[in-house]
Design a binder for this molecule. Structure first.
Ligand SMILES: [Zn+2]
Ligand SMILES: [Zn+2]
Length: 303
């Protein structure tokens, strides 16, 4: 299960009633934050999610509306008693930028930087995969995956004479030896099962890497900076994506559901474009600040 909360829907600057775009994910008591613009810590408090459980923060790029809130957030986490390290993932520029932003605050725990070049990351059962997108500075999107183990077949394990204490290893995908015999997971597990997947990517033109990453995801959170077709040229020049472009990209990717966010401060009338978007792709909608969702495995019931 993956809990998702969209902390804001704004781009460029926070507005009364509209926080800057950032996403909070929670899985098994651990949280991952994606982006941290000015005021993100206020949004976290507003939507009643703890900042204490944030173990990892992923940054898409170093524009101010995505990073300027980090010093306040880390400082507040320290004030609330955090002592465990926080991991930060981002493009190469993220470490010098955050180090400078944090000169004015005291952070009483270790901050461990990772660059997106390191490949994929595993945090408490969530696999994080960064991928490059097409903005006016280096920018990355992130895919988050939670794998699901195949069904374990105890009757087969019993029939093969495998002791019960070896079952969990087999279920996790390890082979075991009993006496002289070796048993492999495929002997006692059913077919593979679909996991949970989510993609977050703002500040980009439509691009192949985003479309590929969003293939068949449960939720795509992406940018719809404008709804007005007259602003399409401006979006192109500033390397952003309109709501219509995002709806088409989500359709091509086969995302199960998509939320649009990172609205221009001038874009206030999302309602006027709901039909436009639905005509392109009915699984896309304009997100609102504080939107949340729990993504379950297929056929899983909420606990
Ligand atoms: Zn932005
Ligand atoms: Zn940007």
């Amino acid at each position: 299960m993956l809990d998702v909360c969209l902390l804001g829907t704004g781009g460029m600057m926070p507005l009364p009633g509209r926080h800057l775009t950032a996403l909070l994910l929670r899985h098994q008591g651990h949280s991952i934050l994606v982006d941290c613009g000015e005021g993100t810590q206020v949004a976290i408090r507003k939507y009643a999610w703890s900042m204490h459980s944030i173990d990892c923060i992923c940054f898409t790029h170093v524009h101010g509306d995505h990073v300027a809130g980090i010093s306040g957030l880390l400082s507040s986490m320290g004030t609330e008693g955090r002592t465990e390290p926080v991991h930060i993932i981002g493009p190469a520029q993220i470490e010098p930028v955050i180090s400078h932003l944090c000169i004015v605050v005291a952070v009483p725990f270790d901050v461990i930087f990772h660059t997106v070049d390191e490949g994929t990351f595993d945090f408490f059962g969530v696999t994080i995969t960064p991928f490059p997108v097409n903005h006016n500075i280096t920018c990355y999107g992130y895919r988050f995956d939670i794998d699901r183990l195949p069904v374990f077949l105890p009757d087969r394990a019993k029939a093969l004479g495998i002791p019960v204490q070896e079952w969990s290893k087999l279920q996790k995908g390890e082979s075991v030896r009993v006496g002289l015999k070796k048993f492999t997971p495929d002997q006692v597990r059913g077919p593979s099962r679909r996991g949970i997947s989510l993609v977050y990517s703002t500040d980009t033109r439509p691009c192949r890497s985003l479309e590929d990453a969003a293939y068949d995801v449960d939720l795509l959170v992406t940018e719809g900076i404008y709804g007005d077709p007259d602003k399409a040229q401006s979006a192109k020049e500033k390397k952003h994506m309109t709501a219509q472009e995002a709806a088409l990209l989500a359709k091509n990717a086969g995302a199960r559901e998509s939320w649009l966010t990172h609205y221009s401060p001038s874009f206030r009338n999302q309602r006027d474009y709901v039909r436009d978007i639905a005509a392109i792709n009915p699984t896309v909608r304009f997100a609102r600040d504080g939107d949340r969702k729990t993504i379950l495995f297929d056929d899983q019931e909420e606990e």
